[in-house]
Design a binder for this molecule. Structure first.
Ligand code: GLN
Length: 472
């Protein structure tokens, strides 16, 4: 069914960089055989899951939507790919992104532009735009993306699906093409919070092959959704925009006693009035369900973008140094000597935005500037983190919009600085390493999805998912 659906809509949506129907059907046949033989099935047995084209799957293309890796095929599985396979999933297709995950609209892809399934003239968001669009359009049951400054939550919001960025260190980055290693996390795109819990269950947990992976017990995330005394027997479609579960439980029962913080800095100028209204309505819903709503302040929010663009570009310039035209990836023809080969291969292989970031990152790391930019940004990052920790002395989680505005027209935000502003509400959680989820919270008058963000405490995914599930 997913293959048929993809054949029908993919010419308009263009979410996939590549896909292999035969291979997917072979994986599905193996799942059927397991079932027929009465074997114990995995929690995701036979479920087609798409992967952002920065997550390695053995013997599948791995392009990062870059000319640099146009012909690269991965020789090994990322840890998350291995774990999905162990859970029985069918790994279906390679999903488009902004080149090396740098962008907020998927327009920086060297492969193609992905279209928002809700309005094909608009962007799906980014950088994991292919993952969000594929799940929204029914071309995959779920997908994985990566989030460095918002790349799961922002496209999830713009495409009306659920997107979860886990705590830094919860999910192994082994086999993820690195963008900014101290910020990158892999997470799921799904149609419901319950599905997000199932996917997280499959991919979370310590991995020796990622030195930043955290040793922590992994709870049963799905069981946590249906906590003590609640009988939420069914779930609503993710697009219902809330309240459906409320009908199944007595008023005030869904999250009684929880305290949700509303950071006042997240409702300032620049927010679209329809987005603000939808998020206010969601806050009112939580209040009706017995949550205490508390205004909090994250005073260093205004530095988040600046800090992010120093740290992320610095780390990217270092991570992308490996693409030298020698070891793997694009190699230019006709170079005079090895230095010329480096220059030509990188000039031809990388797109404009990637080059801009490498130049900026090299600059902030250069001797004489390191203290003034990189080191200073690290210090401000600490202040940003302390803002969150202070807020969590008062509240259990934070509630904010995911993005200031709904999806924009393809080509409308050509100015890179205007595009950087899309991440204003999502970057804080990356800088502080916190889990955060975007949920569909209604539509604009022109029918574009709006996203609500919940930011949780470090490694408190079970709690975050439970609060999110109450809204669904
Ligand atoms: N839009 C942000 C950027 O361009 C975030 C991207 C991401 O999370 N990968 O860097």
């Amino acid at each position: 069914a997913v293959i048929e659906r993809t054949r029908a809509v993919e010419p308009q949506v263009r979410a996939f960089n590549s896909r292999d129907e035969e291979d997917a059907l072979a994986q599905a046949a193996r799942s059927d055989a397991r079932r027929a033989a009465g074997q114990v099935l995995g929690p995701l047995d036979g479920i087609p899951i798409g992967l952002k084209d920065v997550i390695a799957v053995r013997d599948q293309p791995l392009t990062a939507s870059s000319r640099m890796l146009a012909n690269f095929v991965s020789p090994y599985d990322a840890t998350v790919a291995e774990r999905l396979k162990n859970a029985g999933a069918v790994l279906w297709g390679r999903l488009n992104l902004d080149e090396f995950a740098m962008g907020s609209s998927t327009e920086n892809s060297a492969t193609q532009t992905t279209h928002n399934p809700w309005d094909l003239t608009r962007v799906p968001g980014g950088s994991s735009g292919g993952s969000a669009a594929a799940v929204a359009a029914g071309e995959a049951i779920a997908a994985l993306g990566s989030d460095t400054g918002g790349s799961i939550r922002q496209p999830a919001a713009l495409c009306g699906v659920v997107g979860l960025k886990p705590s830094y260190g919860l999910v192994s980055r082994y086999g993820l093409i690195a963008f900014a290693s101290s910020l990158d996390q892999i997470g799921p795109f799904t149609r419901s919070v319950e599905d997000a819990a199932l996917l997280l269950q499959a991919i979370a947990g310590h991995d020796e092959r990622d030195s930043t992976s955290f040793k922590t017990a992994i709870p049963d995330y799905r069981a946590a959704l249906f906590g003590a005394g609640e009988t939420l027997g069914q779930r609503s479609p993710a697009s219902s925009g809330g309240a459906a579960n409320a009908a199944l439980a007595p008023a005030g029962a869904l999250c009684a006693g929880r305290r949700l913080g509303v950071p006042k800095e997240y409702f300032g100028e620049g927010i679209d009035p329809e987005v603000a209204a939808a998020v206010e309505a969601a806050i009112a819903f939580y209040r009706e369900q017995g949550c205490e709503i508390v205004e909090v302040s994250l005073p260093h929010t205004r530095y988040c973008l600046d800090v992010y663009y120093v740290l992320a570009t610095a780390e990217a310039s270092s991570n992308l140094a490996r693409y030298d035209g020698i070891r793997y990836g694009h190699r230019a023809q006709g170079a005079r000597d090895i230095i010329d080969l480096y220059f030509k291969s990188r000039a031809e292989g990388f797109g404009e935005e990637v080059k801009r970031r490498i130049i900026l990152g090299t600059y902030v790391l250069s001797s004489g500037y390191y203290d003034a930019y990189y080191l200073r940004a690290q210090k401000v990052r600490r202040l940003v983190t302390q803002d969150f920790l202070k807020a969590y002395e008062q509240v259990d989680a934070l509630i904010t919009p995911t993005v200031p505005a709904p999806a924009f027209e393809i080509g409308a935000k050509a100015d890179p600085l205007a595009l950087y502003l899309c991440d204003i509400y999502t970057i804080g959680a990356n800088l502080a390493g916190l889990p955060a989820i975007s949920l569909p919270c209604g539509f604009t008058s022109s029918g574009l999805p709006i996203g609500l963000q919940l930011i949780g405490q470090a490694f408190a995914e079970a709690d975050l998912l439970k609060i999110a599930h109450a809204y669904e």
